[in-house]
Design a protein around this ligand. Structure first.
Ligand SMILES: [Zn+2]
Ligand SMILES: [Zn+2]
Length: 209
């Protein structure tokens, strides 16, 4: 079957808007982590209602698995919050938005906005001098969980510092948090549960002076 045929099997008129999401990076596995995309790539299409690309795993699709189709979100070039606050009907309806930290190496914020509403946030500290990144917090609002927004934000955070040394603060001991972190297959190595702050981050956090 050709790539076109897979996508045509999902008519745009009945297309759900609550499809799972995924970053643009080269994923080895399909969203269900069952099939290698090199073999199972069922092609890409366009979700007209959301203005986004979508991708399908041909193997999951054939087996009628959930999460066989997902939306592809630009995670590498988040939109500045000032720009995202201005209405614009032409842009994609799911966006990663960035808020700069108030001070150098301080805590910045990445958000996922669906049709303008914030559904997930990640607080991240970055230092371009020491090439370090610390993920402070990732939160997905309860009604929007299990769609991949938290994983998208981790990819968006790490895309801000490729090759950086990445760590997280102490992980929450809730089932949701443990499930989330145990599921991750991050783009960059990630040291879990102990933040490796540099001196600039410590200063921004008010630990000195
Ligand atoms: Zn699959
Ligand atoms: Zn630093």
């Amino acid at each position: 079957m050709s790539e076109r045929t897979w996508m045509n099997a999902t008519p745009d008129t009945t297309e759900p808007e609550d499809l799972p999401v995924r970053s643009q990076r080269e994923h080895v596995w399909c969203l269900n982590r069952k099939h290698r995309m090199a073999l199972a790539n069922g092609g890409s299409g366009h979700h007209h209602g959301l203005g986004l690309a979508k991708q399908v795993c041909a193997r999951c699709w054939t087996r009628r698995q959930p999460r066989a189709v997902w939306l592809v979100i630009d995670h590498r070039s988040p939109m500045p919050a000032e720009q995202a606050d201005q209405p614009d009907d032409r842009r994609a309806k799911i966006l990663v938005v960035a808020r700069r930290p108030a001070v150098r190496a301080g805590v910045g914020r990445l958000e996922v906005r669906v049709r303008g509403a914030v559904v997930a946030v990640a607080d991240v500290q970055l230092c371009g001098v020491d090439h370090r990144g610390v993920v402070r917090h990732i939160q997905v609002y309860p009604t929007h969980r299990r769609r991949g927004f938290g994983t998208l934000l981790l990819d968006a955070a790490q895309a801000r510092g490729p090759g950086y040394h990445w760590s997280t603060v102490q992980l929450a001991q809730t089932d949701d948090a443990q499930d989330f972190w145990a599921y991750q297959d991050s783009a960059e190595p990630l040291h879990l549960g102990e933040p490796h702050y540099c001196t600039h981050m410590r200063e921004a956090n008010g630990e000195w002076g």
